[in-house]
Design a protein around this ligand. Structure first.
Ligand code: UDP
Length: 327
């Protein structure tokens, strides 16, 4: 099946393209390339366009006979979203509405949507379940909540079928080492740590060590990007008309910032100097997924649940591509 992948030239998108191709689908990438990389798309068809351009989206869908969209395109930096909420709501919320309208016009009635653990805010439970309430504490999370609510309304009114996948912390790289994470500026913990190991950055800053966690640093649930990609393939099969389904995607185990740095030291054999810095605005202390629902309903199970495996695959990519796709 032809599948339109918005944001398909990004980090998650590039891994998803390979998973789609292996599953026998034909991905068509729609990406404005402001953050994505043309090289990461490899042989897939690429349409350069913005998510807020309804006309271009319509012609992309009509020309490629699209029935299903995997919607990854978004701005996704928590701290940035606090400084520029307008950009986040414009791209993530209004952009998604533009896409949904284009889909209605073109008769595309199925979507897999990339949502986030940030919809939960500061969860009360240690293992977050999908029925836990929305309570975002930053505009990024709020922009994704808006979209999930829009998907519910479109299901009821127009029969749209969707699956929202709430990603926890995505890391790692394809085990071949051919594709991986390359953001500019880089803000994510694992690639920043590995840049220090490579010597292209002097030290890692630990954003706060006074949280109410065992070592005082924030706890996150890290999931391998290939496992995440595979869940999208299962989600494609799980879509039902006029229904919205939601799944957490994580490994169910939390690691503190200090534990991630320690694991990276073991994997790389480098010192990786670190210093404590002030808390980063918008960071909840602890986010750990229950992925029971994805296991039960999607038949999904992580293939690379170990943090050290995730970091070692990322390390292989960074070592081979110290300047990312630019070299
Ligand atoms: N973090 C950090 N130093 C950095 C980048 C991130 O201490 O230079 C922390 C951040 O505060 C959070 C965790 O690492 O607790 C993961 O952050 P990241 O930006 O990778 O993902 P997020 O949780 O924001 O989706």
């Amino acid at each position: 099946m032809n599948v339109l992948v918005t944001g398909g030239a990004g980090y998650i998108g590039s891994h998803l393209l390979r998973a789609l191709e292996s599953a026998g689908h034909t991905p068509i990438v729609y990406d404005n390339l402001t953050k994505g990389h043309r090289q990461s798309v490899a042989d897939a068809k690429l349409i350069v366009g913005d998510i807020t351009d309804g006309r271009k989206l319509r012609s992309a869908m009509d020309e490629n006979k699209i029935e299903l969209v995997i919607h990854l395109a978004a701005l996704a930096d928590v701290a940035d979203s606090i400084e520029k909420p307008d950009e986040y709501f414009r791209c993530n919320t209004i952009g998604t509405m533009t896409l949904l309208e284009a889909m209605r016009d073109c008769g595309a009635e199925r979507m897999v949507f990339s949502s986030t653990a940030a919809v939960y805010g500061r969860p009360k439970r240690t293992s977050i379940e999908e029925n836990d309430p929305f309570d975002p504490i930053n505009p990024y999370g709020a922009s994704k909540v808006c979209t999930e609510l829009m998907l519910r309304a479109y299901a009821e009114a127009y029969g749209l079928g969707s699956v929202s996948l709430r990603y926890f912390n995505v890391a790692g790289a394809d085990p071949t080492g051919e594709i991986g994470e390359d953001h500019d500026p880089e803000t994510h913990l694992v690639p920043l740590i590995l840049q220090v190991a490579l010597g292209t950055r002097q030290k890692v800053r630990i954003f706060g060590d006074d949280y109410d966690t065992p070592d005082g640093t924030c706890i996150r649930d890290y999931i391998h990007v290939c496992d995440l990609a595979q869940a999208h393939i299962a989600a494609v099969e799980a879509i039902e008309p006029a229904r919205t389904k939601v799944y957490n995607l994580g490994n169910g185990e939390g690691f503190s910032v200090k534990q991630v740095i320690a694991a990276a030291r073991r994997v790389t054999g480098h010192d990786i100097p670190a210093e404590v810095a002030p808390r980063r605005p918008g960071d909840p202390p602890r986010l750990v997924a229950s992925w029971k629902r994805a296991a039960a309903e999607l038949g999904w199970c992580p293939k690379y649940p170990q943090l050290e495996t995730i970091i070692s695959h990322a390390w292989a990519w960074h070592e081979a591509h110290p300047t990312g796709y630019a070299q």
